[in-house]
Design a binder for this molecule. Sequence first.
Ligand code: UDP
Length: 396
Amino acid sequence: MIEKYAEIIGENELDAIFRIAEELKGISVLHINSTPKGGGVAEILSKLVPMMNELGINTQWKVIRGDNSFFNVTKTFHNSLQNGVGELLDDSFKIYEKWQGINLSEIPLDYDVVFIHDPQPAGLIKGKKKGKWVWRCHIDISNPYPPVWNFLRKYVQLYDSMIISSSVFGREDLNVPQFVIPPSIDPLSVKNREISSFTVERILRKFEIDTERPLITQISRFDRAKDPVGVIQSFKGLKKHVDAQLVYLGSPASDDPEGELVYRETIKAAEGVKDVHLLLLPPDSDLEVNAFQRGATVVMQKSVKEGFGLTVSEAMWKRKAVIGGNTGGIPLQIIHGYTGFLVNTPEEATHYLIYLLRNKEIRERIGQVAREHVRNNFLMTRELRDYLMVILLTLQ
Ligand code: UDP
């Protein structure tokens, strides 16, 4: 029920959404990505698609399929696009193209507007027959590894428009209109809505967390871009000064084959460090995520590469001071010193962990400003309105 958001964003904002939607009533829209669960894209689509339908826009969501070799290739693409360096597996481009062909033969594409999310299904554009196609890029493509970017660019050039999450990802080597839409969170979802402190404590205790001692959390897939080993190092530094606990909660995503390896690296880094809880939960553990974010004294998102980092807004919405990596979309959310702290190294993270754990009042003040920053910029209703505008402009 979109009306329910009025109490959070006000009637005027809602009116704007309904007014734009009125112009789009009856059109058909398809979203395609590469995983139904796990990670930020699936999180957003699971909210955006029902909302668009509620507004009278016939919207569907399809997920491409692939085998291990395909997802290994797309993960190396993902890493090398974000890191600027990389290595290509044998036959990478061939494997990618083969699976684009298989998916093209299976997914009907007869829609007025098709949104293709991220590089994994970007090659489907070759099958475009009708409608407008928009490439929605959720990752940092500001400094890509040239061989992979040149390959992907051939496809991106064929789109009618594209969307990036921050203007710092804008590219000058493309002839495609580029819109900027930062991602967003759903304040009414199980993951983000208010829950009682009783529930929070019950869930924390279930995972053997001592609710009397400070708790640091990071909630992220086990991915080197999220720097789980750096989180452990930061916590180790903190432990010399404060008797705190750490929860690193990760869940698998079907399009990320590296999770297990990085999980093992993290276990190794945590050997001998007391009070580290590395938790692997199913990807739909939304109530647990909510509880760990709310139960945290300070939240970390120490990414070294990040498209946006929904977990940052999720925690800020819960009035948490967040220490985030100074990269990608995180600085859109964290204004250093006002809505949280940006860091480049584990040592800096340790510094701000100690500072925040020793200053309850500052923690709370930052948490309050952080919540308002999210209310004004990173709620689902704003993203919904932005998508409607892109559809309107792309159809013109
Ligand atoms: N997430 C989750 N369980 C986990 C790890 C992550 O539910 O164990 C969620 C997290 O709350 C967020 C999304 O997955 O909603 C991750 O999005 P983000 O943009 O932070 O990172 P991505 O995984 O897309 O790189």
